[in-house]
Design a binder for this molecule. Structure first.
Ligand code: F2R
Ligand code: MG
Ligand code: MG
Length: 349
């Protein structure tokens, strides 16, 4: 039976944390043989290891700030969210943040800062960051808002606190939309799912700033749409090698090289795949496959884990995986509270 809505909410945030914690092992690795991935995963079943042994990184630290801010303010409040990012970084700076975003987080800590979007706008000589830091923390925005328009709007604003390049904030909107559609059961029809994402991104990428940013970076006019078309082509193929996925979609720290990739991982793993154990359910397949791509594995697995978790629900996630990862209980609690918030009558459009 299809999971209930609460189960999907819990699956989304817990899946995101698992991807981050489990994927951290291979972040930055160029070549990750599937055997090594499976070895890493089978070690999670060893009960002699301590609970929460795999620590979360910046992906989860910032996702928690987004969820806490939405729940405390009961709305999107950019000043509150910015303050939480800065405070979290100050408390635990060693969570593996991007080297550029650290400067933004330091500036956001200033009590004299008037415009919380300004530090992000000053990044990279005024061009802004195109990293995937806005996308990796976007899942709670998909859980909090009911309409597709609000999910897009607030995921973009949430990302703009650190990423002012449109490639950065549009990547966050794409990730939030994928989680939003998955929560609604849209992955039951994979072709329609990808077509909906393409048509939403077509609207977003028509924007003047998006066009200018794409041109400045020597990209095609509609960069996310063209990657999503490649996802669609790869979906139609009977067999796709890891090398082809990396060369067609990327596995890097840029949002453009990782958000469509995470979406592909979910779509590809809707069915059993060669090399992955038959006993694995869809969420286990998705996370394993994301790790085997190498590159920015914690973040690709975190984003794929959120989309897959929203599709398969919390019961699809092995207890041993949940126990092995730091911050799972807190993510589960945040998901339950976001569900209650989502159900509030005053929150209707
Ligand atoms: N930072 C990492 N991993 C690196 C190693 C961590 C290390 N192992 C450790 O444990 O300490 N991971 C995390 O960073 C990614 C998210 O990054 P975010 O938040 O987008 O940061 P930033 O700094 O804005 O962008 C990342 C890099 O992208 C390049 N870049 C971005 N915009 C650019 C532009 N306009 N021009 C040129 N380069 C640009 C820069 O190299 C940035 O540093 C996640 O993977 C998370 O897990
Ligand atoms: Mg990280
Ligand atoms: Mg990463």
């Amino acid at each position: 039976a299809a999971p209930g809505v609460l189960s999907r909410f819990r699956g989304a945030l817990v899946g995101s944390v698992l991807g981050d914690c489990i994927g951290g092992e291979f972040e930055g690795a160029v070549d990750v043989p599937l055997d090594r991935v499976l070895q890493h995963l089978s070690a999670l079943e060893d009960e002699t290891r301590g609970d929460g042994i795999l620590q979360y990184s910046d992906d989860t630290a910032m996702m928690r700030c987004v969820a806490d801010s939405l729940l405390t303010r009961m709305a999107f409040d950019e000043r509150d969210m910015a303050r939480r990012f800065a405070k979290e970084y100050n408390l635990a700076p060693g969570r593996g943040y991007g080297s550029g975003v650290i400067q933004v987080l330091r500036k956001l800590a200033s009590p004299h800062l008037k415009d919380v979007f300004q530090p992000a706008q000053a990044q990279f000589g005024g061009r802004g960051s195109f990293g995937n830091g806005g996308a990796m923390r976007a899942a709670p925005l998909a859980l909090a808002f009911k309409s597709r328009a609000d999910v897009c709007k607030y995921s973009r604003f949430g990302a703009m606190l650190t990423h002012s390049c449109s490639l950065g904030y549009n990547g966050a909107a794409l990730q939030a939309l994928a989680v939003h559609l998955s929560l609604q059961g849209a992955l039951a029809l994979p072709k329609e799912f990808i077509n909906k994402l393409i048509s939403e991104m077509e609207e977003m990428e028509k924007d003047e700033k998006a066009q200018l940013d794409a041109k400045a970076l020597n990209l095609s006019e509609f960069p996310y749409c063209s990657r999503l078309h490649r996802v669609k082509e790869l979906m139609d193929r009977n067999s796709v090698s890891i090398e082809e996925v990396i060369s067609e979609l990327g596995n890097g720290i840029a949002a453009l090289q990782s958000v469509p990739t995470a979406i592909f991982c979910v779509l590809h793993c809707l069915e059993p795949r060669d090399g992955l154990p038959e006993r694995f359910g869809g969420l286990e397949r998705t996370i394993s496959y994301s790790l085997a791509l190498g590159g920015d594995t914690d973040t690709i697995a975190c984003m794929a884990g959120a989309i897959a978790g929203a599709h398969y629900g919390i019961d699809s996630i092995p207890q041993s995986w949940q126990k092995s990862c730091e911050g799972v209980e807190e993510a589960d609690d945040l998901a339950r509270r976001l569900y209650n918030f989502y159900c509030l009558p005053q929150f209707e459009e």
